[in-house]
Design a protein around this ligand. Structure first.
Ligand code: NAD
Ligand code: GLY
Length: 382
């Protein structure tokens, strides 16, 4: 069966503009799509051990058929721990040893960890080399591969060391999602829902009707979901590349979510996407509580995320004895706190998110205490 023509979305950033190409069987077209952005017909591939075993040979073979050599494949351990200064140093050494020159191109094949790590290596290698994102998780296809944020983690916090460095091309092959574990797929789906909630009520309604098919593997639904998400992100990044304003809307659910991730110890107990799902519910519930959004919209968010198999309450934090004040103390450390007030993403309804600095940390603590109490009451009901 011949795959249909891919969908192309342009990220319009002047001389740093690039295409996000989305489709099935895209590896077969990778050489033709990549060649115009390469200095010479050679790439240096960075991937992780899971993706190396599943997809890397296929990509190399497809590139080779189109006359592009993979000069070196560098495989790092899978997982967030690879976004470290140590791993970055080893990666840079390996690239230099492999002969990666100023005009060469790195291919980041993998999820957000690989995109962030390889993208940052590209940003600082020989004062900046080109890179191509080939995202293989849903999260990376709809979010991290687009927009040029690259980073490694510091022991003092996630993504604290990084750079803005836009890729030359993003190739999102929907077929790679077939091997993604279900929990990773759902984590990425939370970010998809985010685009509907923050600025596109019609897309949210589409997800209510078609999200289950997309999660179950329907190819057309998957492509539509990825393309709509990338289109939204491309518009936001084009309007505010360095996050001086509107790009912060992409943090919907993230301020609460990060606090819950920190409370849960940044492990498997509460993966990022699940924390974002709970965070989005909290953002909508708070918006409704403040009289900004209809309560029915908050209920719709809960219903849809629940149907997608994502958590919607702070059950874990409640069980672990967290209080609103302790969670608010984590929020107080957020990069976006000014004069003791965090920048929250709130909503006037589905598809109508906005940035607010009007809610004090004290008010947030009271709200979170109310929500924790509600979960505890539900937990103890016979
Ligand atoms: P990840 O890269 O760790 O991938 C998750 C897991 O899936 C890994 O074990 C990986 O090996 C595996 N995997 C990847 N593709 C696979 C496939 N096709 N089949 C089977 N297994 C596969 O995690 P992620 O969720 O993709 O990304 C999370 C990272 O992204 C975080 O570090 C976060 O900070 C970053 N992020 C960055 C941005 C940005 O704008 N740069 C935005 C959001 C998130
Ligand atoms: N994931 C948030 C951003 O790219 O700005």
């Amino acid at each position: 069966m011949t795959a249909s023509a891919p969908t192309t979305i342009r990220v319009a950033l002047g001389e740093r503009s690039y295409d996000v190409v989305i489709g099935e069987g895209l590896f077969d077209q990778a050489a033709a799509l990549a060649r115009p952005v390469l200095g010479r017909p050679m790439v240096f591939q960075v991937t992780d051990e899971h993706v190396a075993a599943l997809h890397a040979d296929r990509l190399d073979a497809a590139l080779a058929r189109g006359g592009i050599t993979t000069a070196r494949r560098i495989v790092v351990p899978a997982g967030e721990a690879s976004k470290s200064f140590d791993q970055l140093g080893r990666l840079l050494d390996a690239l230099i040893e492999a002969g990666c020159e100023r005009n060469d191109t790195i291919v980041a094949l993998g999820g957000g960890v690989i995109g962030d790590l390889a993208g940052f290596a590209a940003a600082i290698m020989r004062r900046g080399v080109a890179y191509i994102q080939v995202p293989t998780t849903l999260l990376a296809q709809v979010d991290s591969s687009v927009g040029g944020k690259t980073a490694v983690d510091s022991p003092r916090g996630k993504n604290l060391i990084g750079a803005f460095h836009q890729p030359r091309l993003v190739l999102a092959d929907i077929d790679t999602l077939a091997t993604l574990p279900a929990r990773e797929l759902r984590a990425g789906y939370a970010e998809v829902v985010k685009y509907g909630l923050l600025g596109d009520a019609a897309f949210f309604a589409w997800l209510e009707s078609n999200g289950a098919d997309a999660l179950a593997g329907d190819t057309a639904a998957r492509r539509h979901m990825v393309a709509t998400s990338c289109g939204a992100k491309a518009r936001i990044v084009a309007a505010d590349e360095r996050e001086t304003g509107k790009r912060a809307l992409l943090n919907l659910g993230h301020t609460f979510g990060h606090a819950l991730e920190t409370a849960a110890g940044h492990g498997d107990a509460l993966p990022h996407g699940e924390a974002v799902a709970i965070g989005m519910v909290l953002a909508f519930t708070l918006s409704a509580r403040l009289g900004l959004a209809p309560a029915e919209d908050a209920a719709r968010v809960v219903r849809h995320l629940t149907a997608a198999g994502l958590p919607t309450t702070m059950a874990g934090a409640a069980r672990d004895g967290w209080t609103g004040q302790r969670l608010a103390a984590i929020i107080a450390q957020d990069k976006k706190v000014r004069d003791g007030r965090p920048t929250l993403v709130l909503a006037r309804g589905i598809g109508r998110a906005f940035l607010s600095r009007d809610v004090s940390l004290e008010r947030i603590a009271v709200f979170l205490d109310d929500e924790l109490a509600a979960v505890r009451t539900a937990d103890t009901r016979p």
